[in-house]
Design a protein around this ligand. Sequence first.
Ligand SMILES: [Cu+2]
Length: 130
Amino acid sequence: MAAARPGLRAAAAATLILSVATACSKAPTGSGTRPSPPGAAPGATVMIVSDPATIGRFTPVTVRVAAGQSVEWVFQDLNPHSVTADDNSFTSVQTGLTKGQTYSHTFAQAGTYPYHCFIHPQMKATVVVE
Ligand SMILES: [Cu+2]
């Protein structure tokens, strides 16, 4: 007479490990001007690099963010550059920022925001807010 026990089904499925990494604690590099309110999600980063043709260049030339997100510009060129909206709705200091400095702006409203460098108007780029 064998005690045919079906045995306990491995209830291992109950071991749900909540490892969903919702790490929103990404600290922005540098401690420059940060008009972003706390909690504003950084949507995109634009590098300002040197370029023999235009002195400086925004890369990528077009970034897309959602309304309410910010864009951070990271200056990597030794020459000073600015981030200035074509309609002057936002700007970093127009005398320019240089390597190691950052500027960020939060875009509350959807739209297309062309901008340039105040010092070198041939430097052009666009932020698209969706
Ligand atoms: Cu410039």
